[in-house]
Design a protein. Structure first.
Length: 197
């Protein structure tokens, strides 16, 4: 299985992005020195795609599949793409505050700690629907890991489209997010332009 092992801060510098969107609260002291050449239109479109892939931890082929699915859905392809990425199980675990970063959320899901509607799901890309109840397994809630996570994510703002109970590590999806509810610094219209060439 392919894994992106690029150092987070280095990748954030190259994509000109704040690490906060990944759940990382470190800052890099280094500055990225670019040549004075102007970035082409294609370069801007590619950077937006790489940014979206990096934030959600999706590799190229699955990302292309998400785009193809978003195109077939009703509405704008760019908005549909962002909603599809946002409703991944690992992203929702991160958004609810059950993990400090999206990478940790992916690991928590992969280690079979998460129940969706009472059933164990260990697929990070599992698409969550409206009304689904997501919770950490009862016997895992007492682990030191979750005590540390509860301390670190205390006071985290849970998006309006999710309902989360951080004390019991349980939450549900109230509705699908609209584009203005997704606070990710990605210009999805550039991604659509890139794929429509």
């Amino acid at each position: 299985m392919a894994i992106d092992r690029t150092p987070v801060l280095k990748r954030c510098r190259s994509l000109d992005m704040d690490p906060v969107y990944l759940g990382v609260n470190k800052k890099s002291n280094r500055k990225l020195v670019r040549s004075s050449r102007k970035i082409s239109e294609y370069g801007l479109q590619l950077r937006e795609k790489q940014k979206a892939k990096f934030i959600y931890g999706v590799l190229e082929k699955p990302f292309r599949n998400y785009y193809a699915k978003a195109e077939r859905m009703q509405g704008l392809a760019g908005t549909n793409l962002m909603v599809l990425l946002e409703t991944r199980l690992d992203n929702i675990v991160f958004r609810m505050g059950f993990a400090r970063t999206r990478r940790e959320a992916r690991q928590v899901v992969g280690h079979k700690h998460i129940l969706v509607n009472g059933k164990c799901v260990n697929i990070p890309s599992y698409r969550v629907s409206v009304g689904d109840v997501i919770e950490v397994k009862e016997n895992k809630k007492t682990m030191q890991r979750y005590k540390d996570i509860a301390e670190a994510t205390d006071g985290i703002l849970v998006p309006a489209w999710l309902d989360a109970d951080l004390e019991n590590f349980k939450g549900s999806v109230k509705e699908l997010p609209s584009r203005d509810m997704i606070d990710v610094p990605v210009n999805e219209t550039l991604i659509v332009e890139l794929y429509s060439k």
